[in-house]
Design a protein. Structure first.
Length: 345
């Protein structure tokens, strides 16, 4: 049939929440979509049972998004090639550290449906020396599917609980924006589509660096004024970085879209990067130890992004133009005392 088949690669907290929305829409819009939506679950034994079996029998992802009932047409699948078999719409939502392994498997001949299209909900960037790339572009280059980006003020649990929020999709063509809006738009998940794939991707990646700064502010016991200053300066660096290095990206994506200002706000108040950075200041432990202690298997994205962005800016000799990003890097990786965060900004 001419119906689209949706596959979701990733089943952490955000993967599960996005898969829930897509699977609900697949049933509602069954003239456009196959009702079965497959989700890749990296197999793990949880309380003596394989996680895929737990999800398919109880419709709960007890490991990464407990207490949220998942739709019955969402099928947890342990092998990537079975997840993407016949899929025409592929959602990438693994923590960014694991994307290369996934793309390695998907780029084997015959694994992907020839006409498939993709969207990335992953927050981070790909850096190689003086080159920087979004994950949408990396996916497109490695597996050949046109790739959009989805990002916004979307703390996974709040989305999964059905609390109203907005998100932004950046799409290469109008056709993509119609397709991906049909997959994700919902009464409590309002999709706004823009043509700026890079701006949407960079908003999601760079706000994680600023969120670490916000967590340092909280750990230092500083108040709302300081955090507001960090957000303002951070939004400025995010915007200028994207405009400097990604030709054709739009300032308005940062000032007007959920993927810009709104995601920055929610992450700097309620996100995991903020929480772990506060603990970094208070405990003096390393981020690796804190991630294990506080996140129960979920993955921090901001520290790796701070390091990657630092390496890129150093290679381009542009570190001095982004002082907040650089401060975050030095505090997280070079032992700079957190209280010097605001000095000289
Ligand atoms: P998560 O932090 O919950 O991480 C858990 C996931 O990582 C599980 O699916 C687990 O199977 C997988 N995993 C662990 N080790 C792995 C390995 N070695 N190889 C492959 N997979 C492995 O994941 P998440 O929150 O769904 O994040 C995915 C992406 O979505 C990130 O880039 C994140 O920034 C973004 N995002 C997250 C949220 C959120 O609130 N959680 C919101 C918006 C965007
Ligand atoms: P954290 O990874 O800091 O929790 O941010 C989640 C997010 O991206 C919200 O939009």
């Amino acid at each position: 049939s001419g119906k689209h088949k949706i596959a979701v690669i990733g089943s952490g907290s955000w993967g599960s929440a996005l898969a829930k929305i897509a699977a609900e829409n697949a049933v509602k819009r069954n003239d456009e979509f196959h009702s079965e939506v497959r989700m890749w679950v990296r197999e793990k034994i949880v309380n003596g049972k394989p996680l895929t079996h737990v999800i398919n029998r109880t419709h709960l992802n007890s490991r990464y998004l407990p207490d949220i009932k998942l739709p019955r047409n969402l099928v947890a699948t342990p092998h990537l090639k079975d997840v993407v078999k016949d899929a025409t719409l592929i959602v990438f939502v693994v923590p960014h550290q694991f994307l290369h392994t996934v793309l390695g498997e998907l780029s084997r001949p015959g694994v992907l449906h020839p006409g498939a299209r993709a969207i990335s909900a992953i927050k981070g960037v790909e850096v190689n020396g003086t080159d920087i790339e979004t994950f949408a572009s990396l996916i497109e280059g490695r597996v050949g599917t046109p790739c959009s980006a989805l990002s916004g003020a979307n703390i996974a649990l709040e989305v999964a609980l059905g609390q109203f929020c907005e998100t932004t999709i950046g799409c290469p063509t109008h056709e993509d924006s119609l397709l991906w809006s049909a997959v994700f738009n919902a009464p409590t998940f309002r999709v706004s589509a823009v043509e700026d794939v890079n701006g949407v991707s960079l908003g999601g990646a760079l706000k994680n660096i600023v969120a670490l700064a916000a967590g340092f502010v909280d750990g230092l016991g500083l108040g709302g004024n300081t955090k507001a200053a960090i957000l303002r300066i951070g939004l400025g660096e995010m915007t200028e970085f994207c405009l400097e290095f990604f030709e054709g990206s739009q300032r308005e994506t940062f000032s007007n879209e959920s993927a810009g200002i709104a995601d920055l706000i929610t992450t700097c108040y309620g996100g995991r990067n903020r929480k772990c950075a506060e603990e970094f200041v208070k405990s003096g432990s390393t981020f690796d130890v804190i991630e294990k202690k506080l996140l129960n298997g979920q993955k921090l994205q901001g520290t790796a992004t701070a390091e990657e962005v630092h390496n890129f800016l150093r290679a381009r000799k542009r570190v001095h133009a982004y002082p907040l990003f650089e401060k975050v890097y030095q505090i997280a990786f070079e032992g700079l005392p957190p209280k010097s965060l605001v000095r000289g900004l």
